[in-house]
Ligand binder design. Sequence first.
Ligand SMILES: O=C(O)[C@@H](CO)OP(=O)(O)O
Length: 323
Amino acid sequence: MAATFLNHPWGLQGSCCIPSSRMFASSSLRFPSSSLSWHRHKVRGSSSFSDDPAAFISDAIISSHRHESPSESESESTLILIRHGESLWNEKNLFTGCCDVPLTRKGVEEAIEAGKRISYIPIDIIFTSVLIRAKMTAMLSMTQHHQKKVPIIIHNESEQATAWTRIYSEKTTKQSIPVITAWQLNERMYGELQGLNKQETAERYGKEKVHEWRRSFDIPPPKGESLEMCSERAVAYFKDFIEPHLKSGRHVMVAAHGNSLRSIIMYLEKLTSQEVMNLELSTGVPLLYIYKEGKFISRGSPVGTTEVGVYAYTQSTNNNEHD
Ligand SMILES: O=C(O)[C@@H](CO)OP(=O)(O)O
């Protein structure tokens, strides 16, 4: 499907093709049984559109899809959430928060393994935090994707950035997936705990107090963000700039952090502040949701391409096979 990007921040020339959401958005999403199988992931629960890059992309993509987007009632779309792979401070057991540290070799391997597990799940647009561990995880995972498209980080933080990152090839653009970075998806800011060792901090302040700072909903660490405060930015961003893509049948991946994703999953699965205390996300494990008629259906974590297994599908009124 040809689509024209109006004022696209890449400065796209001519038209650009984006997989029509119709390719997957029948009344059921089916994946080849050889491509993945599922186990229920043990964790049950797990701004204005004018100047935000995501909105800019949303405007451009939505306007290009408008004439083909299935009606909301028909479209289903996939949402993949993935916490970054192990970071160097995870390995040292340090509170990280908004400090910008890279992945370990194990974290790189986790990201690549995650990519194998989601390789057959459609992805039209990717969102990450601005922190390198999330961006690395997104980019590394996409090296394994069967679409073989190139994820390209959008730079329109200034007019010069937009101009200097312009793509002048329609063919190249067809083979790319926009990656939007947003500080709102950053890890919760851990305040005066950032850089401290978690074990030493627990010995100094007591296990209960540290567990409260780490996992409660509304108790912030010293001069840091509570999960509630983190949620006020992360969930607001999700609703304003990510959900519109899902509503229009586009398939989204979000690569972010343990706590910013806990706050988003709390919203998706309507968890209580008590339930979210028990929500833990492993590094580099992708979680899949199906978005249909404004609802999110948790599909657990795709196990990967090595095992045959049941299809991942929602109730279907027709039996179209999708390859
Ligand atoms: O240190 C952090 O930023 C987070 C995630 O690694 O730690 P915790 O899981 O303790 O919230």
